[in-house]
Design a protein around this ligand. Structure first.
Ligand code: C5P
Length: 233
């Protein structure tokens, strides 16, 4: 059963070393957010930092976006799940066999993390898709990969909040939509192309918001996070 909770913000800990990550985490309250460890921080700190976050009561989303042959992904998902993480992800474009293998890996562990798939990265647009040889319209490609994810038995997808209005209608309520590319109204988009504000993303049906720089680079991260929490609840 998928939990329904008011804690809908996942803060992206995009740091290159344990000191900076710990300094920043000390400003966060696990009542208001979960945290995400991506490739940069995981390569720098490994499983030890996940253990540290668990001692501080944070739920951890391990964002390593696996994309490989099915056997490799199955084994990676099993080992990752043993770390007691809350959420884990893979690329839907790895195909049905790879998605099913990922789920098999997760299912080997008693306390299973949520397994979600990335459809089209929020940094990509139609031009980028064409560049890599995908001629399908971006929305069609997203829906196609989301359906493949659902058919393979995963818990949900990562997608742009901009696409929720058309995507949500095609899925059951229990299918989760995790949306990065979130920016406060006055923030710079940086490298994200299709962005949305926290409140608009929640209104559009996002279950969890992945927020990085709008919180990590804000003058007062504690205040910014609490402000977002109150606004979306
Ligand atoms: O700083 P910003 O809010 O743009 O951070 C976005 C975070 O979400 C980064 O950690 C990035 O890796 C992640 N992400 C993303 N697009 C996806 C999946 C994850 O930007 N489709």
């Amino acid at each position: 059963m998928i939990e329904k909770e008011t804690n809908k913000v996942i803060v992206a800990l995009d740091y290159a070393n344990i000191k900076n990550a710990k300094d920043f985490v000390s400003k966060l309250n696990p009542k208001y957010c979960h945290v995400k460890i991506g490739k940069e921080l995981f390569i720098a700190t490994g499983p030890a930092f996940i253990e540290y976050l668990h001692t501080k009561q944070f739920k951890v989303f391990l964002d390593l976006k696996f994309y490989d042959i099915p056997t490799t992904v199955r084994k990676a998902c099993e080992v990752a799940s043993q770390l007691g993480i809350w959420m884990l992800n893979v690329h839907a474009s790895g195909g049905g066999a790879m998605l099913e293998a990922a789920l098999e890996g997760v299912n080997k562990v008693k306390e299973k993390p949520l397994l979600i798939a990335v459809t089209v990265l929020t940094s990509m647009n139609q031009e980028t898709l064409n560049e890599i040889g995908v001629s399908r319209h971006l929305e069609d490609q997203e829906l196609h990969l989301a359906k493949l994810t659902e058919k393979s038995g995963l818990n949900g997808i990562v997608c742009s909040a901009k696409d929720l209005s058309f995507l949500k209608t095609h899925f059951h309520n229990s299918f989760l939509f995790i949306t990065p590319g979130i920016r406060m109204a006055n923030d710079l988009p940086n490298d994200q192309i299709r962005t949305m504000t926290p409140i608009d993303a929640i209104k559009a049906g996002s279950n969890y918001l992945v927020i990085g720089r709008s919180i990590t680079q804000s003058k007062n991260p504690t205040e910014t996070l609490e402000k977002i929490y109150l606004e979306i609840n």
